[in-house]
Design a protein around this ligand. Sequence first.
Ligand code: AMP
Length: 398
Amino acid sequence: MKVLVINCGSSSLKYQLINPSTEEVFAIGLCDRIGIPGSKFEYEVPATDFELEIEQDLPTHKEALELVLNTLTAEGHGVIGDIQEVDAIGHRLVHGGEEFTESVLLDAKVIAGVEANNDLAPLHNPANLLGVTTCMELIPGKPNVGVFDTAFHQTMPAKAFMYPLPYADYAELKVRKYGFHGTSHKYVSGLANELLGNPEHSKVIVCHLGNGASISAVKDGKSVDTSMGLTPLQGLMMGTRCGDIDPAAALFIKAKRNLTDKEIDTRMNKESGILGIFEKSSDCRDLENAANSGDERAQLALDMMTYRIRAYIASYAAAMGGVDMICFTGGIGENSDSIRAKSVEGLEFMGVELDAAVNGVRKKGSVKLSTATSKVAIYKIQTNEELVIARDTFEIVK
Ligand code: AMP
């Protein structure tokens, strides 16, 4: 089976053509700056190392997807003879609200149900659904499956997902914690359970640290808490997002600086986090390089970021009554040995011991980073959200 995985943003379209059974990736790529001058198209065939990067006008997602489909079937570097060889399309959908607790076959009724949650993710959901309708138009007759970022966290108990606001805000407005990065937390915690030997009871903490970052507590394979909330702004300090702050701070800044709702939202989502403190970049590599060269602000941002990760790990261990494995994933979690080290520094009191030598070695895949005597296993695990989407799509359409 060949599943086309689509991750459609407002001005981008990421794609992969995958065999979910063998995990083979036939092609992978990206359309960037759709509808913006300087559109870019990238295409790669992992089996042959063929790579294509071109600048091409892509006024809408339709032209972008047409280019993807034409390239997948092109003579020479194409990977399929005909678009009919695509058996199904799997879409990343950000917000499924409370209605969607698992992946779903998409039809007009289900799409209307997803649209009902657009208020909860105004930037993401409409863009995701644009990918769905464009695929339905350009690849007619093939099943489309939606895989939600929020679905894996729908197992959280009410004591974890409720905010202590007036109950009517939950009952009438659905204001609560939903959590995001669900496909990554599901994949990594699933692998963690395999590595633990699939015990009947397990307590796993997944630290997904990328430009967006979230932590989850996964007990017996089910998400019981996670750091992101109603929106992906809550929780850890991220590339440009502030994460946890006193909500009154936002109101105070808004009033003092005479900002509009949109401006304070932009300040918290796009101008805060690493960028807000370091001021020179939101990228973790730049941050680490600057800190290593003695930049005090970079060091402060690093200290703040890892302090918060450590506090979340300890709090989730407390919430679950222990922890068997701590996993690091995402661009930062998989690649930065120093951030991993600082994130578990001081947790020896709960039996967490990092093997500094192994942690420093660059190796792909799943790597055990804890010492032989550590009571808690520490792993870095390469996440694979596209594979989860392809697998769920396969399960639903097979
Ligand atoms: P993601 O959103 O998962 O793609 O992760 C992006 C983040 O990972 C960026 O902040 C990158 O700077 C960071 N990152 C990627 N490679 C490294 C590395 N070798 N060391 C530190 N951070 C890295």
